[in-house]
Write a protein that binds this ligand. Sequence first.
Ligand SMILES: [Zn+2]
Length: 102
Amino acid sequence: MSFFTPIGFEDYVKSHLKVNPLVDPADLRRRLRRSLADFRAGVKCQCGQPIWVVGSAEVGNGCFNCITGEAYSSADYELEEACSGAGKAAAKGRVRRHRRSR
Ligand SMILES: [Zn+2]
């Protein structure tokens, strides 16, 4: 999933609303939280890939390729909570195996 650009929850909401001013922010947050919860619960796309949270919030659970139909991947956002190794896990200090060269 390294082609995603990690973005914070509220940052994504802000940028999404800038492009889609008619979207209800409360509704957007609700949809994002539901997709993120599904992602964390291990929900997979029908093809077996992990779901793409920000896309799934729009059109229902699916991975990036199935939602967009193609693997064009210039700068697509994903919540940092859903990007492996980033976000909450690091904040909680649960990241082990930090290789240090002595
Ligand atoms: Zn898929």
